[in-house]
Design a protein around this ligand. Sequence first.
Ligand code: TRP
Length: 341
Amino acid sequence: MTRVFSGVKPTGHLTLGNYLGAMRQWAAEDQHRSDALFCVVDLHALTVDHDPARVRRLSRQAASLLLAAGLDPELCTVFVQSHVDEHARLSYVLECVATDGEMRRMIQYKEKAARERERGGSVRLSLLTYPVLMAADILAYGTDEVPVGHDQTQHVELARDLAVRFNQRYGHTFVVPKATNPAVAARVMNLQEPASKMGKSDDVGPGIVYVLDEPDVVRKKVMRAVTDSGREVVYDRAARPGLANLLEILAACTGGEPAELAEAYDAYGALKKDVAEAVVEVLRPLRKRHQELCADPGYVEGVLRDGAEKARAMARPTVDAAYRAIGLLPPVADTVVNAAR
Ligand code: TRP
């Protein structure tokens, strides 16, 4: 069966973009058609300036939101990255296969590092090596497919390169993964800046709808979305990005095609109202389920404990094989030592 792996980074509250572009598809499709793992990648949250208590809180929240979004621990594996040592173990080995030039070429690193330096801050070494840890996340599980947004494609390609290189040098060890981009509504854009994606890492913003926003907050944000100058409602991504984003969100929530949906409207106001209601409805069951899970923290903890155990058992043999292939001396098992005595 196809092995699927994806991760959510607990650096901010999850957004409508995370839900429509990723989590919804994981729940509706991926967990049914494949052997899937979904991971709260908390080690990745330490690559930038962070507050320990906040990372802890967001990690717990991300895990319950994955479950609230419909991931079923009977069908897939939901766990927290730092609960499974194999990620860090494999990351080091892959650092010995990657080059520093390769790391410095990563677009996301270049952008984030530049921003950090502009603010006079320093860049953590782990920000540079982040893509190697991500490659370890993926390769440890023999992953075939990695459903991610377009901004992560370069990182998945690096994982491919490292897998191929390792296999050539040290013998076949890793499955070579590929990125798959979600089909519909892969890119929900910021309601205030339709040129940039509705990412959770953007601090706060009236242009970002969080999955846990109260219905009235959702309505306010949608009603205040920037639209473009011009009056008729048409779907034109290049010329009318703000409007196109609203139509795409509506299409993602209700089904249908953005261009066809546009025909039903002759004013922005009516469209925005419908978009707002559609978003509120899509998020309603998720919010409700999240509340129930918050009232039952023992359940979520149990899921994460079982998930980590399952994940460990899956990753262990591959990571051990990589250790042996690259030349590390296998530890002698206790039973053998005892037998020799
Ligand atoms: N880098 C991804 C992001 O920022 C998160 C991530 C970490 C990930 N490890 C992963 C995604 C492995 C897919 C597979 O969104």
